[in-house]
Each structure stands twice: as C-alpha cells, then as structure tokens.
Design a protein around this ligand. Sequence first.
Ligand SMILES: Cc1cc2nc3c(=O)[nH]c(=O)nc-3n(C[C@H](O)[C@H](O)[C@H](O)COP(=O)(O)OP(=O)(O)OC[C@H]3O[C@@H](n4cnc5c(N)ncnc54)[C@H](O)[C@@H]3O)c2cc1C
Length: 401
Amino acid sequence: MKVIVIGAGVIGVTTAWSLANDGHQVTILEEQSEVAAVSSNANGGQLSYDFASPMASPELLTKIPKLLFNSDSAFRIKHPISREFLSWSQHFIRQCFPGNYRLSSSKLKELAKKSGQVLEEIIATSNTQFGHRRAGKLVIYTKTSAFERTKRLLGKSSTNGQVILDQQACLEKEPTLRQCGTPVVGGVLAAVDAVGDAALFSQSLAADAQQRFNTTLSLNTQVQRLDIHDNKIQAVHTNKSEFKNPDMVVFCTGENTNLLQNCGVPLRIYPVRGYSKTFTPGTQVPEVAITDHDKKLVYSRIGDKVRVAGFADFGHFSKEHDEQRLDMLTNQAKAMFPKIADYQASSSSWSGNRPATPDNLPVVGPTSIKNLYLNMGHGMFGWTLAAITAQQLVEQVQKHA
Ligand SMILES: Cc1cc2nc3c(=O)[nH]c(=O)nc-3n(C[C@H](O)[C@H](O)[C@H](O)COP(=O)(O)OP(=O)(O)OC[C@H]3O[C@@H](n4cnc5c(N)ncnc54)[C@H](O)[C@@H]3O)c2cc1C
C-alpha cells in the first residue's frame, strides 16, 4: 500500500520503518528540517521496560493542592489556568483514582515490557547506532516515607523483575551513589531497562528505511490540509505539493492535534513540558540509569555524554521560564550528584513537550475516517513505547486492510 506517515519523531520514524518492513511503500512528511527535532530530541534516554507507570497516580492526587500553589519544584502550573488545561486535567484527575490507575498502569507496563523485545528485533534487522546500553535502571529514594510506601506497593521481594534494594544494597550495586548530596535510603532496580539516544535512533532508522526499503523522507514539509470525501482522505496538501490518493495516512504528529480536530477526530493530548541538560561526564558516573523518585529527575549516561532530564510543566510559559527551569535542573543535579558531570565544561540545554493523554496510554489504530490511522499520545514514555506501538499499528493495518 501507498502510505503517508506525518511526523518524523521517534514514533513516526519507527512506525514508517515497521510499515516499510511489512512491505508498504512509505513517504514520511516532516515540517522540521531534521528528524527528531521536537519532543524526541534530547529526552531522558531511558527505555523503561520494567518501570513505566502513568503520571496520573494516587500519589500525585495527594499532591494536587501543593501543585496548584506551585510548591513542588518538579511541577509547575501556569496561572490563570487555561480552558484547554482545565478540560484535560479533569480527565487526568479521574485517572489518578486507584481503580483507574491500576488499569492504566497494568496496560502501560504490559506495553513497555513487550516494547523491549520488539526494539531488539528492530536492532537486529536494521543498521542503527544510538548509544544503546542494557544498563538497568535504579529508582532511588531519599525520603523514608516514600520508600516504605513503594515497598508496601511492590511487596517484600521482587515483583515483575523489580528488586527492592536497601541503602547498603544500593551502594553495592552503584558505588557512585556515595557522592549523593542527600543520602539514598533505598531503591528499586529494574535490571532489564536500558538507555539510548532517541534522536540518534530516529535518524539512523530513517536512513535505514531510505536505503533498505526506498522510503521517502520529505523534510521541511508541513502538512496543511487534508481533502476528505466519501469518508476517506483523497489528498494530503503540504506547503510544497500535494499527495493524491494515499491508501493510508498515519498521524504521528506528537502534540500537534490541529489537523485532526479540523477533520472531526478529537484527541485528548496535552503538551507537558520537560527539560534536559547534556553534560560532559564527570569523575563518578553511575553505570545504571538513575531516576530520583523524590526530585523527579532522571540521569543517564548516553554514549560519551551524561544527560539529566525531568520536571513537568503544564501551560504555555515564556522563554525566560525555560532558562529558570534549566538552571534549577542543573542546581538540583549538582546538589545531588556533584561528580556525575563536569559542570564547568560546556553543556547543551533542551526543553520539549511530552504529548500526554490523561491515562498516559498512547492512541494507536484506525479512526472513523477509513484510511486515517493514529499513533500518538505517548506522554512520558514515547521512547520506551516506540517499538511496540509501531508493531501494533502494523498489526491493526493488517487486520483492517
Ligand atoms: C524532558 C523529557 C524527558 C523524556 N524522557 C523520556 C525517557 O527517558 N524515556 C521515554 O520513553 N520517553 C521520554 N520522554 C517522552 C518522549 O520524548 C516523547 O513521548 C516522544 O518523543 C514523543 O514522540 P513523537 O514522535 O510522538 O513526537 P515528536 O518527536 O514531537 O514528533 C512529532 C513530529 O511531527 C511533526 N509534525 C507535527 N505536525 C506536523 C505537520 N502538520 N506536518 C508535518 N510534520 C508535523 C513535528 O515537527 C515532529 O517532528 C521525555 C520527554 C521529555 C519532554
């Protein structure tokens, strides 16, 4: 089939590659001048196969009064609250209730677990270089109350491959934690988790699709309008040209839902802003990927760099705000991990949005328009879920074709 994939982030490229690998003739349309220039650009790099859980959780519910007054450094809400955010957050809050959380959490975990296997298959078949390391991930706790709550939730021993480590076991597993400004009281280890550079992966997978399957990648190409007749997309109009009679169009436009709203396909996706800094490594870089549960920051060694990422901001803030948040992220990293990076050397800064649904579950599959498919709304775990959702999309196409 003649397929158009709109968006060359990690989701669009992985989807395009998987469709091409299944025998389709694929064209990728991307408005930016390079692949993975938006949300997939400098994310935390963590492939959280064993550690994916929705942002909307009972724990977050208890923090909502604090969040409204912006007194938790990991989260910021722009005031006055917009109508768009109010509408999304009503659904998000509903997802925080224990029953809904359990359901979305188990679906997300199942997806994440499968994604690891599918990514390994893609790596084995394609020619990709992206600093991939099966590093394992350690979630560290500095507050006893939070660690005890997690232990109660997980049970006394290993659950689903997650292993609870007390303070001593954490230090034995990762001796560089001795540098921590606030002592670690315990942790949870997921040995199967990995790290890798999502942007490099997307770029090398796009190149592989071009070489191996003759996939067309059209950069600087913005999709502006769709012609829909007889409940079918007849043409895709871009700033450069038009693509007539596509057999199928797959939207992988991340946070951008405008065109979909215009053609009556409503999607509840909100951009949740986050930040990252990429540093030259310091003298004590952990081997495992780290998530600081209490500060909501992640630390990963990716290739020859160290990346720190995190925070979740809701609403459209100014550029100055980004600078403040990036400084705050650096200061918190320095205080917790003074030796993880060479903070004096030059570093690069990034901010980007997580395209988040209220339940943090992606929307994958057909729509009410015959040849229009979606693969969007991966929120905090787009890198982790890229492989499995691309495979799911291919399966859906096989089923409906
Ligand atoms: C700070 C931060 C840290 C993160 N850390 C992790 C992590 O450690 N692990 C993890 O799994 N996930 C992480 N994520 C989440 C992950 O980065 C995202 O879920 C993922 O990148 C979303 O990918 P995407 O392809 O859907 O969106 P994007 O990468 O934004 O791709 C969408 C593309 O569509 C294009 N587009 C949109 N509209 C049009 C149009 N009309 N015409 C043509 N092109 C169009 C855009 O230009 C863009 O390139 C993090 C996110 C942030 C912000």
